[in-house]
Design a protein around this ligand. Structure first.
Ligand SMILES: [Zn+2]
Length: 176
């Protein structure tokens, strides 16, 4: 099902990965939800590892520049920023390319806190941010068995985009 020249493929896949180190004394935010924990994720913006991986998956799906290129960590403007801002920009680019999100799947790899009790809330929040139903958001959490990354949170995300049908008939009718 190779796309012809100048013709967009009907579906596009996107993949994103991110990791952040735990730092004590800062709030923990995953998937736009504040989670009770002794440490938060340091680094770029609010350190929301899941939203960053989703953002990169969306950007990758439409072959846009990655999150680090659009929002350089070196730019003080993004220090402590709400990662939902990055997600909004990625969504804008997906829409401009003529696509909508079909579904998304994710894996979180972290030793603590337990994600299970918060999974429903995270899925709802992410669904709301993306404008899709919570049952189109997969969220799995794993402990880093044998990885030696106990002080790190890792997120992997795969996303499927479907082309939005252009309403040619509408504009054609208007012209007449
Ligand atoms: Zn990140």
């Amino acid at each position: 099902m190779a796309a012809k020249k100048n013709q967009q493929p009907p579906v596009r896949i996107g993949y994103g990965f991110d990791s952040h180190e735990f730092k004590s004394g800062i709030p923990l935010k995953i998937g736009g939800v504040a989670l009770p924990h002794t440490a938060g994720l340091g680094g770029h913006s609010d350190g929301d590892v899941l939203l960053h991986a989703i953002t990169d998956a969306l950007l990758g799906a439409v072959a846009a520049p990655d999150i680090g290129s659009l929002f350089p960590p070196s730019d003080p403007k993004w220090k402590g920023a709400d990662s939902a801002v990055f997600l909004q920009e990625a969504m804008k680019r997906v829409k401009a390319a003529g696509y909508a999100i079909a579904n998304l799947d994710s894996s979180l790899v972290l030793s603590a806190p337990k994600i299970g009790p918060h999974a429903g809330e995270i899925r709802s929040r992410v669904a709301k941010l993306l404008g899709i139903a919570p049952d189109c958001i997969g969220l799995k959490a794993k402990t880093p068995e044998g990885l030696g990354t106990d002080n790190t949170a890792i997120a992997h995300v795969a996303v499927l985009l479907a082309q939005v049908a252009k309403s040619k008939t509408k504009t054609a009718r208007k012209k007449r």
